[in-house]
Design a protein. Sequence first.
Length: 353
Amino acid sequence: MTRPAPVPVDLLRLPTADPGDLTPADALAAAGRTLGDVLAVVGKTEGNGCVNDFSRGLAAARWEPLLPDDTVTVFSGGTEGVLSPHVNLFVADPGPHPGHDRGLVAAVGRTRDLEPAEIGGEPQLTAVREVVDTLTEQLGLTPDEVDMVLVKCPLLTSERVAACRAAGAEPVTEDTYESMARSRAAASLGIALSLGECAEDAALDALAGRHAADVWSARASASAGAELTDCHVLVLGTSGAVGGPLRAVHGVMRDAIDLDSLQRLFARVDAEGGEVVQVFAKAEADPSGTIRGARHTMLTDSDLNSTRHARAAVGGLLSALAGTTAVYVSGGAEHQGPPGGGSVTVVYRVPAP
C-alpha cells in the first residue's frame, strides 16, 4: 500500500481488556476509518516490561495479521501504578480540514533485520539513523520540526546470544536484561544523530560509554522487545505544509518529579486552546541513585526492576496532569532526555478557527 506524504493524522486512544484485545479496531468504523488507514498501533500492555514480557508479543501477534504490510506496531510492556492498558491508533486523516494552517503528520518504516551481534552496536545506530532520515525527508520536515521518533527495537535472548557465538561473533552483552538498555541506547543515539542533536563522534563515543551522560535526544522514545528482529520506527511532526486539528509539542523532564517542565508544555497547549489527546514519555531511575539530593532505592530493589518503579512514578505525575491514566510511559531512557529524566511529547487537538 502506498500512502501519499505528508498526510495529516488522527490519533485514537482506546482501552484494552487484555493484550490480545482487538475491540479497539471496531472504533475505526465509528471514526470513518478502516484498518487500511492505520499507520501505527502503539500500545501499553500489562506485562512486566522486561525480557520475558510476552504480553508484547501476544499483542503484536494479534494485531499484525489485520494490518497493511507497511504498518508498524510498537507495544511497550508495563502498566505499573495507575497506568491503564490501552492502544493508540495513528490513522491517516486527509481531511478536508478547513481553516487549519498546519497539522500533525506521521510516517513509518522498518530497518532491516539485525543480526544478534549488531544489536546494541553501531550497525543498529546506523540502521535507525537511515530510516529516520528517510522518513523525515518523506514528510517534508526539517529535523527541527520533528516532535517525536518512536522506535521498537530487538533485544538479546539466550538463544540469540548462543547463535551469535555460534557464528563466531561476540554479543554486546550476554545479560539479556542489559541488552534491552543497550538496544534502546543504540536506537536513541541514531535518532539524535539524524535530528542533528549530536555529532557523529559524540554519538559513537556515547555508544561506547564515553561521556554518555552528555549525549541525548529530546525527541527519542525507544523500547525493546523479544518479539521482533528489526526496528519499527514512527516519525511524528507538526507540518506547515498540511492542515489538520492535531499538533504536538515536545520537551524533557529533568528528573522523575519535574512538574515545572510538564506544566510549561501543557501551558503551550492551553495557549492554543488545545485539548490534550495523548502524552508520550520516557522514564528512568536516576543513575546517580538520588533525586534532588535525596536517596532513591529504585536501583537497589532486588524484587522489582528499576524500570517498573520509574514507570509508576512518572505515570502518576503525568496522569494527574493529563486527567487520564491511559498515558504512554515507557521505562528505560538511555539517551532519551537527560540522565534520570526523559523525553516528553504531548499530542493535542485544536478547534477549527
